[in-house]
Design a protein around this ligand. Structure first.
Ligand SMILES: Nc1ncnc2c1ncn2[C@@H]1O[C@H](COP(=O)(O)OP(=O)(O)OP(=O)(O)O)[C@@H](O)[C@H]1O
Length: 420
């Protein structure tokens, strides 16, 4: 048999910039945010101690990349100015409780790294405060995905008050919290909210022009010269801007388009490769969010909305979605939430880019209403859920067959079919 592998690679010179751990040399199109961020942190260099800063915005809008670059500059300038500063960066996705974060921090502070699970929290706090006081000066703790701490606020309560409580004498701690969960800020208790959100910086989604600049920068790094046809980056940028404005999705499109070209042994990456890449990236993105980021309740709200979207005879308004959702809860044997909680879940699904809303006027009766629809192919959502144990039985023999019949059915038919 001949080798199944392709010949020499003339497309990619490196793929490193696509890796999650990659930190770009330059942060593009975020001049305003960087200026505001630097102003918030200026106190550190001026010797007034570190502030607390809260960074928020949707996924993939450069929050982490910008924070990394700004703190890097801050550390360099602090050395030059002879200011004592130490920065710790912790991702709360893996460490989603105060206990896990402080265990990690204690291990960072003590080179022997001997703190495993099982140490009493008071012991850990004591050791941490001793080490921080020895370091002295300004201590910045960057907590990425801070919303993963959920209702566990101990960490966020403890650090900002460490000086007042006499735990620290020679050091001051500031927190930089980063979050893409818009509800998190609201869910904080007032005492934590007022300190954590002392200074807030919002990152908005990128538009097509901004994405073009960012993707051109990466394209120059990863592809060999003259491999990309001129329309590739603008098309990736346009598709991404229409969808989420998330740079990570734009980079995914660029990489997948390159992979498809490579797979075809093509000499160039062209528009057609981007179009094929788009459906692959959309599908992968939807699958990842539906499976990993949504709770069962959110998934159930999504099922109800998806069916009503496919159904031509009924508008997917909150009331109709809620009524369908309640029937599904019965069938799936899960708790029924209130209509306002379901409304919150619809907001979250919108935030994840799964749903979009259209505001409609209710005519002579007055008032306004919202109609929800699925952003991607409803088929992708149904197929993803069909592959999950909890929903499998809901769809009969196969999601494909189910959707084919469903697309021509009315809602009442579909409910009968589901046995609701
Ligand atoms: N302005 C930018 N300039 C250069 N690269 C960028 C920019 N914005 C985003 N990126 C790149 O896009 C990817 C996603 O960005 P980043 O991780 O900073 O997003 P985020 O807002 O922190 O997302 P999440 O909320 O999902 O963590 C990273 O590879 C990052 O380097």
């Amino acid at each position: 048999m001949d080798s199944p592998f392709k010949g020499a690679n003339d497309i990619f010179q490196t793929k490193e910039p696509f890796e999650e751990a990659y930190h770009p040399e330059e942060i593009l199109e975020r001049d305003e945010e960087i200026k505001t961020f630097a102003a918030a942190l200026q106190d550190v260099l001026d010797g007034f101690g570190p502030p607390n800063v809260f960074i928020y915005g949707q996924t993939g809008v450069g929050k982490t990349a910008t924070t990394h670059k700004v703190t890097e500059y801050l550390e360099a300038d602090a050395i030059e100015a002879g200011v004592n500063l130490t920065v710790f960066s912790i991702n709360c996705n893996k460490r989603d409780t105060t206990y896990k974060v402080i265990t990690h921090l204690a291990n960072e502070l003590y080179s022997e790294k001997t703190f495993k699970q099982g140490h009493h929290p008071d012991t850990l706090w004591d050791r941490i405060y001793t080490a921080l006081d020895e370091l002295g000066g300004s201590i910045l703790v960057v907590l990425d995905e801070i919303d993963k701490l959920g209702e566990d606020e101990e960490l966020l309560y403890e650090f900002p008050r460490a000086n007042a409580m006499g735990e620290l004498e020679h050091a001051k701690v500031g927190i930089i919290g980063i979050s893409n969960n818009f509800k998190f800020r609201e869910s904080l208790s007032p005492r934590v909210k007022s300190t954590l959100t002392e200074r807030e910086i919002q990152f908005s989604p990128y538009d097509a022009n901004e994405l073009r600049t960012i993707l051109n920068y990466y394209a120059d790094l990863v592809f060999y010269e003259n491999v990309l046809s001129d329309d590739v980056v603008p098309l990736c940028a346009a598709f991404t801007a229409q969808d989420t404005g998330d740079a990570r999705m734009g980079l995914d499109l660029l990489e997948t388009a390159g992979d498809i070209a490579r797979h075809e042994d093509a000499d160039h990456v062209v528009e057609e490769h981007v179009r094929i890449a788009r459906s692959q990236v959309d599908r992968a993105n939807t699958e990842r969010i539906v499976t990993n980021r949504l709770t069962v309740q959110m998934q159930t709200v999504l099922v109800a909305t998806t069916f009503l979207d496919v159904d031509q005879s009924t508008d997917a308004k909150v009331k109709t979605i809620y009524s369908f959702y309640k029937d599904l809860c019965d069938r799936l044997d899960i708790d029924v939430l209130s209509e306002s909680r379901v409304r919150d879940h619809l907001d979250t699904l919108d935030m994840f880019g799964l749903l979009e809303t259209e505001e409609v006027n209710l005519g002579r009766r007055g008032g306004r209403s919202y109609i929800y629809s699925i952003v991607d192919e409803p088929r992708v959502v149904i197929e993803t859920l069909y592959n999950m144990d909890r929903f499998e039985n809901l769809f009969g023999d196969s999601a494909e067959e189910f959707l084919d019949t469903y697309e021509v059915d009315t809602r009442s038919d579909i409910q009968t079919k589901l046995g609701l």
